[in-house]
Design a protein around this ligand. Structure first.
Ligand SMILES: CC(C)(COP(=O)(O)OP(=O)(O)OC[C@H]1O[C@@H](n2cnc3c(N)ncnc32)[C@H](O)[C@@H]1OP(=O)(O)O)[C@@H](O)C(=O)NCCC(=O)NCCS
Length: 374
């Protein structure tokens, strides 16, 4: 095999068919529906149903979906005890990975039939949000609180964080980010999940593996890194000077760039608009000025690089008063819908993933006796 045959990062390589999502320069579709329309007309429950069941729910199907989520909410004592035992400085994504794994030992859903898998996907959505909320409260010295019946998924998460009904704007914005984060075809974490699924492993193992992939700053971890970058600067001038230097040093600026989108990320455009409105409501145009001071030199350079969804998302979550350690876990709480949809699709038409490598190690040699090894 020649070096030319190696596609670093699998760039441009098509590794499978999917009916779940279409990502290209011109459009982002979840099962055929454009993201802008879903963001405008649907909440996360409807989108999760679309991904997991293949179609948008009617009113009664949505009600059943909500009831199933409600039925699965609430952490067992064993999982709560695990949460209490994990040292306080462990990142929330690691906590989520460990506790989903722990909770799965008491998974209330049995079987590998498609209906069981869909129910397990809903269980994973419920349990992930319970874990993140419980850890959030324990980290701030408060006891976890049980979910409140009748709330939508985003409202429920905010309720379990703060112990009170969320304001309408925060609930709407969290819901919007969950819709935007729910699915993105063969990205690194979804591909991880599909590779694990291809070995005929279980849905929870796939989810835990995907959480590991999402945690990295080149993937989901970028929303947390992006806000931390913005918060480092005291003025737009300082931010702009830093970014020009960073570009000259060829340093990656978190929240920018994408393997597929070379002319901008559809989700970032939607969320940036909301972020600007929210900043106005909160009187935080100073933050937007720094946001723009970082963005402008990058989008205006000779080969522009555009913000991805994580860049405005970090600011939206920050303006909602959420701590950065929560941002990637919130992404995970949404993307579980996509990962599980891909799990179901993968195992229905499966062939194990087993690519080749191009060997660049030492040529053939024989093993020297231990006394003769330097
Ligand atoms: C998303 C990402 C991993 C895609 O990686 P990729 O497809 O391998 O892209 P490349 O690293 O090959 O980048 C292509 C060019 O754009 C530049 N570039 C890409 N992302 C950049 C960024 N965030 N900041 C500055 N330059 C960037 C690269 O340096 C490279 O320049 P070159 O051609 O002069 O060498 C990458 O853009 C990145 O690391 N972004 C920051 C992390 C992030 O926001 N991740 C969330 C993704 S949704």
């Amino acid at each position: 095999m020649t070096m030319e045959a190696v596609k670093a990062g699998l760039e441009g390589v098509v590794v499978g068919d999917t009916a779940i999502c279409c990502v290209d320069q011109g459009q982002l579709l979840y099962r055929g529906y454009p993201i802008a329309e879903l963001a405008e007309k649907c909440n996360f429950g409807e989108v999760a149903h679309l991904l997991i069941y293949g179609e948008l729910p009617n009113r009664s199907q949505l009600e059943v979906f909500r009831e199933q989520l409600a039925e699965f909410h609430g952490l067992r004592a064993e999982v709560l005890n695990t949460l209490r035992m994990i040292p306080p400085d462990v990142p929330m994504m690691s906590v989520l990975r460990t506790c989903i794994s722990m909770a799965s030992h008491f998974d209330p859903v049995q079987g590998q039939q498609v209906e069981s898998l869909r129910r397990r996907a809903i269980w994973l959505l419920a349990v992930a949000s319970d874990i993140v909320a419980a850890r959030f409260r324990l980290a701030s010295g408060k006891e976890p609180i049980p979910p409140k019946p009748g709330l939508d998924h985003a409202e429920q998460m905010l309720y379990m964080f703060h112990g009170k009904n969320p304001d309408a704007l925060s609930a709407r914005l969290l819901d919007l980010t969950l819709v935007l984060y729910a699915e993105h075809d063969f990205n690194a974490s979804t591909f991880t999940s599909r590779v694990v699924a291809s070995t005929a492993s279980d849905m929870t193992s796939c989810t835990v593996s995907a959480i590991g992939a999402l945690k990295g700053p080149l993937h989901g971890g970028a929303n947390e890194e992006a806000i931390n970058l913005i918060l480092k600067f005291k003025s737009p001038a300082e931010a702009s000077a830093w970014v020009k230097d960073a570009l000259a040093r060829k340093e990656k600026v978190m929240g920018f760039g994408h393997r597929v989108y070379k002319h901008g990320d559809h989700r970032a455009v939607i969320l940036e608009r909301e972020m600007r409105k929210l900043a106005e409501v909160k009187g935080r145009q100073d933050l937007v000025a720094i946001y723009d001071a970082i963005k402008n030199p990058i989008v205006n350079k000779e080969n522009p690089i555009y913000p991805n969804v994580d860049y405005p998302c970090g600011v939206v979550y920050y303006l909602m008063g959420l701590p950065p350690d929560l941002y990637t876990p919130l992404f995970a709480c949404s993307r579980i819908a996509g990962w599980c949809a891909h799990y179901i699709e993968q195992i229905q038409n499966n062939r194990i993933y087993r690519p080749l490598s191009h060997y660049i190690g030492p040529p053939l040699r024989s093993v020297p006796p231990i006394e003769k090894r330097g």
